[in-house]
Design a protein around this ligand. Structure first.
Ligand SMILES: [Zn+2]
Length: 252
């Protein structure tokens, strides 16, 4: 007696067809069922590699003060842009900005204003600043905001410059002004993040900034920095200025 023969290909193949279709479906650009999920896995691997061996990848770095081609804003800090706008760290999550990993310890990599504008720091902000840009350089007539965060250590000790204490409001700074230093503050001292700056462009309503945690309240930063920073359309490119298109601002 022998068991009835089953061709293993016929048994296993449908499983892989269904699996493949599911992977394709959930990773499509613009898929909204899981909140616009994209395949962030390759960037997880790159960030992990960068954090362990930053010295091995100088070609992955952007530099504070650089302006890629005709970009209206300058790069706010040194590092590897590891995560992009609308990346996804868990089902339903949509990343509202870019994460620039300095490849250093906390409190070492400076963060500079990306443009001229007016800084605000709310009374309970340990690691964050927001900068009002009265005129969106790409859409004249509307106001936008630049948000800079993770400028504190795991315990919430701030690395923001003393010139911008909690409660600061409408302090004018020009592009290239030192704002603070990259940190690893996450809100949970037991789960610090890798040292980086999170930088995002936030929409305005009625003269106020909207909640930065909602993707719909933020703008794709790609055209503002002239880099491929949209997780859906970036095809595995490391976002750096193409050779010869960089204008360095005077040393900030
Ligand atoms: Zn981020």
């Amino acid at each position: 007696m022998s068991a009835p023969y089953r061709n293993p290909v016929k048994v296993v193949l449908p499983f892989f067809v269904v699996l493949g279709a599911a992977v394709w479906y959930f990773s499509r650009p613009g898929n909204t069922l899981l909140g616009g999920t994209v395949n962030t896995a390759p960037r997880h691997r790159q960030v992990w590699e960068w954090l362990r061996h930053p010295e091995a990848h100088p070609d992955w770095m952007v530099h504070a003060g650089e302006r890629c081609g005709a970009a209206p804003f300058q790069i706010p800090t040194d590092g590897f842009i590891g995560y992009l706008w609308d990346d996804s760290f868990r089902p339903g999550h949509r990343h509202t900005g870019v994460d620039i990993f300095g490849g250093t310890e906390a409190a070492q990599t400076p963060v500079y204003a990306a443009a001229d504008g007016y800084l605000t720091r709310l009374g309970d902000w340990k690691s964050s600043l927001i900068q009002r840009i009265p005129e969106d350089p790409l859409h004249p007539g509307r106001q936008i905001w630049l948000y800079y965060t993770h400028m504190a250590d795991a315990q919430g000790n701030s690395f923001i410059e003393a010139a911008f204490p909690p409660g600061s409001s409408e302090v004018f700074v020009s592009a290239g002004t030192l704002l603070g230093y990259q940190g690893n503050y996450s809100g949970d001292p037991f789960k610090p993040v890798g040292v980086h700056l999170h930088f995002s462009i936030v929409k305005d309503r009625g003269g106020n900034f909207l909640n930065e945690l909602e993707i719909g309240n933020t703008l794709d930063p790609s055209p503002y920095l002239n880099l491929p920073l949209n997780a859906h359309t970036n095809q595995g490119q490391i976002p750096v200025c193409p050779e010869g298109t960089t204008t360095d601002e005077p040393s900030p």
